[in-house]
Write a protein that binds this ligand. Structure first.
Ligand SMILES: Nc1ncnc2c1ncn2[C@@H]1O[C@H](COP(=O)(O)OP(=O)(O)OP(=O)(O)O)[C@@H](O)[C@H]1O
Ligand SMILES: [Mg+2]
Length: 486
């Protein structure tokens, strides 16, 4: 895994109100290969923290306005990977000791010596690298990325999991297709956290949510003064994610100009910040996702063909929930457990009637929608089991009585096999012919005729219920039944 020479040596933010001192420190550290940002006040430094993500902050303790301690405190939230070195004037050792107690990494007493500064920064840099790795590991534990936490017993999901494990070890680009809410981001994370890049944080950006030209700045960063308002350098996502994975969500919504820049990055494996002239090498694994048909967009000239082929190295297709309804019960249990715990309620399951409503619904919002339905139901339920009444109204309403949760597969289906299956299921459910016939809305005679047609044996219980059998063969009732509409 190659990382840019820049992040190898690391970023230092130097803060001092004495401009001359600042210039000297900058020169010393740059000569050592560090990437140096400067600020003349704590306020200015704080404003830089998030965008520059420094590994080391070298700051004067005494500053006009907020001081070095304030900056130290702010950095622990805004740049938790950073290590702070304080510079104090001779005689203010007490302050320095207090600063160490508050989590400063080191302190240096003025006047400074070149070697001491460089050594302290190098040590802090190493510590910051360990901190980053630790933070990434913690993040990794928090994320629900591991395959056992992703529900999918259906064959199509098992195919997806096999694919995830196959592509995870390599740095190749992956394109994930799927309707909204099918779990595209979850699968992208699963790939990342099963890859050799797992100890580094997963980076994601939703290309549809950020208007151009902001998207370009977010991805590639910019140099100070690149445009009005670019008051400081910004490190883009490609640089931040170097050595790791970048998830480009809704990639189809990217404008053509940004698509061109993305293509160049994928080909050259380097970026240029907006307004910058230097090429910066990056090593980023790209996972892209879309719910749109890229082939159609390509024909309409809205998606670059060359980019399509670059992204489409490995494709993963996430099936909509209505094509894997057999996964519903486990998904429901999974979400009940998650949300019952969050709500501090003792909810243990769902009533059969409510589950059958969930089976019949079409789930246009897929897994995300069933999760929010269950979250709501957990809040509503009084007892320990979710009832039909606890489900969101639109789900109850959208399910006409008797509607079938049946989807004709693309590969087609044998009508005869389906009929045979329905007859057998009705028999199993009902236990005798009359009730089974009623389940399918047929007369007993029609049902029997079909059983014979398919050579399906009559149930044993039929013989065990002579009274009912007699009643059913009664000529009068039979003729009455024949008058029923089929
Ligand atoms: N198979 C699954 N098992 C468990 N949870 C899942 C599964 N699929 C999706 N989820 C959960 O459903 C929610 C939606 O998933 P995710 O955000 O990955 O979908 P998406 O396809 O990216 O959606 P969108 O298109 O709306 O961005 C998340 O909370 C995710 O954890
Ligand atoms: Mg998503």
């Amino acid at each position: 895994m190659s990382v840019t020479s820049q992040s190898e040596s690391g970023r230092v933010l130097v803060v001092d109100d004495e401009v001359r001192q600042l210039e000297i420190l900058k020169a010393i550290l740059e000569r050592e290969g560090f990437d140096v940002e400067t600020a003349t006040s704590a306020e200015a430094a704080i404003a830089l923290l998030r965008d520059t993500a420094p590994s080391v902050i070298l700051t004067d303790l005494k500053l006009p306005g907020e001081d070095g301690i304030d900056l130290l405190e702010e950095a622990s939230h805004a740049a938790p990977q950073s290590c702070v070195i304080l510079m104090t004037a001779h005689g203010s050792i007490d302050n320095a000791v207090e600063a160490m107690k508050k989590g400063a990494f080191d302190y240096l007493t003025k006047p400074l010596e070149r070697e001491t500064v460089v050594l302290a920064v190098r040590r802090a840099m190493e510590k910051s690298r360990l901190l980053s790795e630790n933070l990434a590991l913690k993040q990794q534990l928090k994320d629900r990325f591991s395959l056992p936490n992703i529900i999918g017993d259906h064959g199509k999901m098992q195919d997806v999991f096999r694919m995830v494990l196959k592509v995870a070890p390599s740095p190749s680009t992956v394109l994930i297709y799927g309707e909204s809410g099918t779990g595209k981001e979850l699968i992208a994370r699963a790939i990342h956290y099963n890859s050799p890049r797992a100890s580094r944080p997963f980076h994601a950006i939703n290309c549809a949510a950020i208007p151009e030209p902001l998207l370009e700045s977010e991805l590639f960063g910019y140099e100070k003064g690149a445009f009005t308002g670019a008051i400081s350098r910004k490190i883009g996502l490609f640089e931040q994610a170097s050595g790791s994975t970048l998830f480009l969500d809704e990639v189809a919504d990217m404008e053509l100009a940004t698509q061109a820049k993305l293509l160049r990055t994928l080909q050259e494996r380097e970026i240029r910040r907006v307004g910058g002239s230097r090429s910066i090498p990056v090593d980023v694994r790209i996972i892209a996702a879309t719910n749109k048909d890229l082939i159609v967009l390509m024909r309409e000239g809205r998606f670059r063909e060359d980019l399509y082929y670059r992204l489409n190295v490995v494709t993963i297709l996430l099936p909509p929930l209505r094509e894997r309804t057999t996964d519903i019960p486990r998904l429901v249990d999974h979400f009940i457990a998650r949300h019952a715990q969050a709500a501090g309620k003792d909810v243990r399951g769902i009533e059969d009637a409510a589950l059958s409503v969930l089976f019949k619904y079409r789930w246009p919002g897929n897994v995300r929608q069933i999760e929010s339905a269950i979250e709501r139901a957990v809040l509503m339920v009084d007892g320990s089991k979710i009832t039909v009444q606890d489900l969101p109204q639109e789900i109850r309403q959208e399910t006409p009585a008797g509607a079938l949760a049946l989807e004709l597969p693309d590969s087609g289906i044998s009508f005869e096999a389906l009929e045979r299956e329905l007859l057998q299921q009705a028999l199993r459910k009902a236990g005798n012919i009359s009730r089974a016939a009623r389940l399918l809305g047929m007369t007993r005679r029609t049902f029997q005729y079909r059983l014979e047609k398919f050579n399906i044996p009559r149930p044993v219980s039929e013989e065990a219920e002579p009274d009912q059998a007699a009643e059913e063969t009664d000529l009068e009732s039979e003729s009455a039944r024949q008058a029923e509409p089929l």
